[in-house]
Design a protein around this ligand. Sequence first.
Ligand code: NAP
Length: 282
Amino acid sequence: MKKAFIVGHPIKHSRSPLIHGYWLKRYGIEGSYERIDVEPVNFGNFLQIFHEQGFVGGNVTIPHKEAAFSRIVSRTERAERLGAINTLWVENGVVRGDNTDVLGFMANLDLSLGTGWEQDVDTALVLGAGGGARGIVAGLQERPLRRILVANRTLSKAQDLVRSLEARGAAILEPLAWEDLDRALPDAQLIVNTTSLGMAGQPSLQLDLARAPARAIVSDIVYVPLKTPLLAAAEEQGLRIVDGLGMLLHQAVPGFERWFGLRPEVTPELRALIVADLGAGR
Ligand code: NAP
């Protein structure tokens, strides 16, 4: 029986066990996926012993993604670019690390909007410059966009993000001051919120979406609630919307495939299961 984990601190609210548990059952695989709460001070030790404890690998979440990056030496190119690891597995006795957030976000955009959606997008506007934003900007850099604007409340963090990623891809990367957001909206055919604004318990994001282009796409990586006030406002405005749950579901696919040897499908049934769980507020 193969065992995988999700390690974080705290970890009890993670939906990942539900996602992987669904796939294990659906494909009749004898395996497990367990939540493990590890405090930062013990994380280095955990990385050294998980394989001996019978685990084939697992996911890493807040607050350990950067620590995993600095401790795991065998990393994929994507993990390298993001400076953070969210997926671990063992290959020929060596622990390897990847970051699947990029793939998750991009796969969800492609499936929600249909391939070729980039053709309508000249400029993308990414709000936020935290861990989530890095993955989104790196993913968008793999597509033929002309310009990616990164707006953040703390401008210096947007500048740092742009500086560290700008050598890759053809798109021009530009930091944007938070006060200039509304002024940039008429040029933004794709708007992505990666800040925690709009999340349950947080203030909502105030954007004057009437200034956005008529066929703009608005995406939010926050998924609690599923329809954030930003997405609700965009929908009301007749804009195309993409919610954050798809990213969470799709980022789980590569890990499951590595640990259990089968590429799982993100089905409407799986999505409904997680939506019901989010609704139950657990
Ligand atoms: P993070 O690294 O802590 O970054 C938080 C971002 O939000 C920063 O840019 C921060 O700006 C901004 N922010 C916070 N409060 C703000 C405010 N009052 N006004 C303006 N900006 C504010 O967090 P993260 O890991 O990127 O996660 C952000 C959100 O994305 C969370 O809700 C998380 O659950 C969600 N997420 C979803 C997925 C998914 O699979 N769908 C994946 C990753 C994250 P400053 O730099 O100025 O502080």
